[in-house]
Design a protein around this ligand. Sequence first.
Ligand SMILES: Nc1ncnc2c1ncn2[C@@H]1O[C@H](COP(=O)(O)OP(=O)(O)OP(=O)(O)O)[C@@H](O)[C@H]1O
Ligand SMILES: [Mg+2]
Length: 456
Amino acid sequence: MNADEALKFVEELLLEQGKPLNDLQRIMFRGAWYGKTSKEIYQECSNRCSYEHLIQNVGPELWKRLSDVVGDRVSKRNLQGPIERAREDRSQLEASVPSNGSEHMPSETYMMGDLEEGLLWDDPKPKREDWDNVPEVSAVFGRDKDVQLLEERIIVNGCRLVVVFGTPGIGKTTLAAKLAHKIKHQFDYFIWRSLDRPPTLQALTADLVQFLSNGEETSTDLSRLLYYLRNQPCLIVLDGLEAVLRGGVHNGAYQDGYEDYSELLKRVGQTGPQSCLILTSWEKPKEIARMEGESQRVFALKLDGLGELAAQEFLTAKGAFSCTESDWRLIARRYEGNPSALNEIATNVREVFGGNVEHFLEHLQYGTALFEDIRSLLDRQFNRLSDLERDIVECLVTRHEPLTIPEILQAVARPISIIEVQEVLQSLLRRSLIEGSARYSLQTLMTEYITHRPLD
Ligand SMILES: Nc1ncnc2c1ncn2[C@@H]1O[C@H](COP(=O)(O)OP(=O)(O)OP(=O)(O)O)[C@@H](O)[C@H]1O
Ligand SMILES: [Mg+2]
């Protein structure tokens, strides 16, 4: 029995009681039949009721009515069993009682009532999708909580502008891809663009407008892009925003020729509720930092490394290593759960130590843990810092402990005001290089990088 047949059957039973299902109950029924989560079901009726109303009133009332009418306990999780049994019982009963031809099934038209097209879950795909070079997500470890949090912000809270930011190689693109796979069917249009070789805003706008207008329009006007975002549910991912952000100065400036990306972010943050723009970036853009405080519709997630268990699963999948629990933990911590760094470690352990992690760790005691690729990741991050940021970062390394603002003020070699220290810390936090709120410390890998860095 599919959802249509099941719905038709229960409508028939309920009609005998004189009270048919309403639209929200039908939507809930179909979603539950196809095993959708409450949040996914909510998407189908978000403009008709609140999420709370759906789960606190619509659902419970529906399960009660169904339980009463089929004489068995019905819930969202066990919907199919009781209804199939009730239909079977009914068929047997009807087979044993000869029909006089006067009992007609209510008409199909009535059954489906006002159920709108588009509420059917048979084809859970956006109308149009363009994946560009999205990475594979079949072997992604950990990240379930991050995906869940982002899904909730976007689908339940209606966030329109989301940034996932974090250090190079930490897994931002992978997370965004996993999320996109999960939520894309909630939108009519889905498009993924890598900003590896960033287009000008005009070129990007033209590309997006052409896609969102089904090829009917080419316009470099940002207002046209916003028009489509307001009027049809679109999910856009722009991967690697750092390519248009400037290094060598405090966080927040744009590369020459890309300043108008700032306008894109600001205006999307204020657009209507239909669409969502997801960005990945090494840095939290300043526009998002500002809007985040003012609007529930803008959200920034700082992505940390993989947890110990996920890091262990990640490494185990890379080869047959002999390793104790505590060694796994040590490696995960030492490399901050950074998958790119862990990848390089796995290669090294396999090639140089024949898969023996203990031997690898012994050698780590005598030198730096930074292999070439890891160093080049950190180079990329360090080279973006302004002179003042470098001074403060180096002073955090020298003092070997988390420092307060007054302590930093005293420790920095050059004369500097307290406001400047605050601005630099804000910038370093947005660049996910330091951690803390009253006392600030540098990331472990960056500390090691700076300690072993050849002097200029
Ligand atoms: N959760 C994960 N499970 C398995 N592999 C992962 C995971 N996260 C990242 N990786 C792998 O680690 C590498 C780096 O991941 P990814 O490209 O997503 O990082 P990134 O933060 O986007 O890097 P960049 O800052 O350079 O853009 C990739 O090879 C990816 O497949
Ligand atoms: Mg990336």
